[in-house]
Write a protein that binds this ligand. Sequence first.
Ligand code: AMP
Ligand code: MG
Length: 336
Amino acid sequence: MTGRKIPATLLVIAALCLLLTSCAVSRTESVSFFAMDTFMTLTVTGKDAPAALSQAKARILELERQLSVSDAESDIARLNANGAGEVSGETAELLGECLALSESCGGLFDVTAGSAVEAWGFLSGDYRVPEGEELAALRAGMGYGRVEIDGCTVRLGQGQRLDLGAIGKGYASREVCALLRDRGIESALVVLGGSVEAIGSKPSGESWRIGVQHPDENDAYLGIYELADGCMVTSGDYQRYFEHDGIRYCHIIDPRTAMSAVTDLRSCTVICDDACKADAYSTALFIMGSEGALDFWAQRKDFELILYTADGRLLLTPGLREGFSSSLPTEVMDDA
Ligand code: AMP
Ligand code: MG
């Protein structure tokens, strides 16, 4: 073969220049803000990190406007006020996904919990314990099976009100990560309150170390999970609750009773590859309690679980033998 050879030193210099230019423009940026009733932090590494972050934040605020129960103009608030109506294609599709997730969780995740959430005062902060006929009516009114979706037209059952608090952040996380991936981002961490999703790993190649909040100690963790390319979502009785006559009532409602969930769990973390599923499951499995949650896991095994019980047991599914570390004693479930 003929042709002039490029000297090796020139090639090395050219490669170095390329490397330096790409390093110079790829940077890590974060933004923190309050939305969907929670504190959020998005961290992105990439050449256009600032633009990606502002697009991601705008998308979350758009979803908040669409799904909020308190913004009278939102799809969900309009449905709650009128019992039926037209919603955006996106809202209709998400509601359809909610109904399917309810079905797969034995109805314990149920977006028609809205009337009960409101009656217990978890929307207004005027907490109270509904009793007697009021409680019976709330119980009778709940039921995802009575929500009808036909294209973009949605009809709720008599007296039903929707609340997407148990899935909104998971859905927002999934949407934001899809948007970031579309922009070519290969490393990002999306923390929306108790919902955490990672694209890839840290720029250094290490996993993100995500603490699972200790229910009783503000600055302490039950343990640390090494997250890369996946989601982890936690539901717990410490996130929003009130006490009455010495009893703690938390913000998660058991659709079978319309009562604040009575469970042996303090905290339930679901780790899987889809943030919507992780969010819906964390709520439903919290209500199931440790035994029900582990049975549910044993039937599927397509996610991992970190459970913390009222008597201080820290239970893990076998996939977490590696990747989860804790200074507390842990019990790892059988893989059988
Ligand atoms: P999470 O923190 O994801 O477990 O969601 C709890 C929030 O979802 C509550 O603050 C309520 O707004 C709403 N919620 C309460 N109970 C349920 C339930 N059983 N199914 C669906 N949403 C619920
Ligand atoms: Mg949830």
